[in-house]
Design a protein around this ligand. Structure first.
Ligand SMILES: *[C@@H]1O[C@H](CO)[C@@H](O)[C@H](O)[C@H]1NC(C)=O
Ligand SMILES: *[C@@H]1O[C@H](CO)[C@@H](O)[C@H](O)[C@H]1NC(C)=O
Ligand SMILES: *[C@@H]1O[C@H](CO)[C@@H](O)[C@H](O)[C@H]1NC(C)=O
Length: 275
C-alpha cells in the first residue's frame, strides 16, 4: 500500500474489528466534532465568544457546534473539492511519525494540503478579522468552521464506533452528560493537572504538527494492538480505547479554545508557516 493515513489506519481498524461493517473513513463523526466544539465554546473569553457569534450565521443562534460538521458535508461538492485532502494526513507506511515537509501535501503533491496545513491556513485567515482587514478572497465564516472542524480531525485516532458506543451505553444516549464528564475531568478530575500543558503552544502555525504527531503515535501504538481479524468490538477493546478517545476529544476542545482566544484576543500576532 502506498501510504498509511490516519483515515486509512482507521478504516483498516474498522474492517478488522467490525468485519461486517462497511469501511468508513469518515472520521470523528458528527458527535466527536460537536463535543470538541461545545467544549471549546464553553472556554471562550469574551472577545472570542463575541467574534464567533458574529461570524456564525444567524440561524444557529450562536452555537458553533451546530456547524462543526459542515466541512464533512461539503467536502465532495464541486465548489469545495479543494478541501477534501485537508481532512487527513498521509504518512508513509509504518513510519509512525509525521514530518511536515514529507507528509503534508495533497494527492497531486500540492504543498500544505493536509490537516496540519489547513489549521495554519484558516488560523492565519482569521487573524485578519480583528484588524477589520479581512481579505475579501476569504470567507471568514467558512474559515471559522474549517478551523473548528480540522482541530477535531487532527485529534482523531479512531472511528466513531467508540464514541457512539460510549454515548449509547454509558451516558444513556445523552451527549450532554458525556460532555459534562469530559469537562469535569479536565477542570477538577483526572486531567486537571495536564490541561495547562495541552494548551501550551508557542506558535500557532506549528502546534498542529505536534497534535498530528500525537495522533499518529497513538494510532500506531494502539491500532493493531490486541486486534485480530474477524473479532467484534470486544469489551476489552472498548474499555482500553475509550479513555484515549475521550482525552483526544477534550484536548481538541481545549486547544480550539486556545486558538480562538488567541486569534480574536488582545495579543494576536501573525502565524509563522509550519515546519
Ligand atoms: C486555504 O484556504 C483556501 C480557501 O480559503 C483554499 O483555497 C486553500 O486551498 C487552503 N489551503 C490550505 C493549505 O488549507
Ligand atoms: C460565507 O460562507 C457562508 C457559508 O458557506 C455563506 O452562507 C455566506 O453567504 C458566505 N458569505 C459571503 C460574503 O460570501
Ligand atoms: C473521567 O475520569 C474518571 C476517573 O478517571 C473516569 O472513570 C471516567 O471515565 C472519565 N470520563 C470521561 C468522559 O473521560
Amino acid at each position: 500500500m502506498p501510504f498509511c493515513s490516519m483515515a486509512f489506519v482507521q478504516a483498516v481498524v474498522l474492517v478488522l474489528v467490525l468485519a461486517s461493517a462497511p469501511p468508513v473513513a469518515q472520521a470523528w463523526s458528527k458527535e466527536g466534532h460537536m463535543l470538541t466544539c461545545q467544549i471549546a465554546q464553553d472556554l471562550l473569553e469574551p472577545a472570542a465568544a463575541h467574534a464567533v457569534k458574529n461570524l456564525l450565521p444567524e440561524d444557529v443562534d450562536g452555537d458553533l457546534s451546530a456547524l462543526c460538521v459542515w466541512p464533512d458535508q461539503v467536502r465532495h461538492w464541486y465548489k469545495y473539492r479543494w478541501s477534501s485532502p485537508l481532512h487527513f494526513i498521509d504518512t508513509p507506511d509504518k513510519a509512525c511519525s509525521f514530518v511536515y515537509s514529507r507528509d503534508c501535501h495533497g494527492p497531486d503533491g500540492a504543498k500544505d494540503m493536509c490537516v496540519a496545513g489547513a489549521i495554519a491556513n484558516f488560523t492565519s485567515q482569521l487573524m485578519h478579522y480583528k484588524h477589520g482587514s479581512a481579505d475579501r478572497r476569504y470567507n471568514l465564516t467558512e474559515a471559522l468552521l474549517f478551523l473548528s472542524h480540522f482541530m477535531g480531525d487532527v485529534h482523531q485516532v479512531w472511528d466513531r464506533e467508540i464514541i457512539l458506543t460510549a454515548i449509547d451505553k454509558l451516558y444513556g444516549k445523552n451527549m450532554d452528560m458525556f460532555r459534562k464528564q469530559l469537562e469535569h475531568n479536565f477542570t477538577k478530575g483526572t486531567w486537571s493537572d495536564d490541561v495547562s500543558s495541552w494548551a501550551d503552544c508557542e506558535d500557532l502555525g506549528s502546534c498542529p504538527t505536534k497534535y498530528a504527531t500525537e495522533s499518529i503515535g497513538l494510532a500506531c501504538k494502539w491500532a493493531y494492538d490486541g486486534v485480530h481479524e474477524g473479532e467484534t468490538l470486544s469489551d476489552d477493546y472498548f474499555d482500553s480505547r475509550l479513555p484515549i478517545v475521550s482525552r483526544r476529544i477534550a484536548q481538541g476542545g481545549v486547544r480550539l479554545a486556545m486558538f480562538l482566544n488567541r486569534i480574536f484576543g488582545a495579543h494576536n500576532h501573525d502565524v509563522a508557516p509550519p515546519t
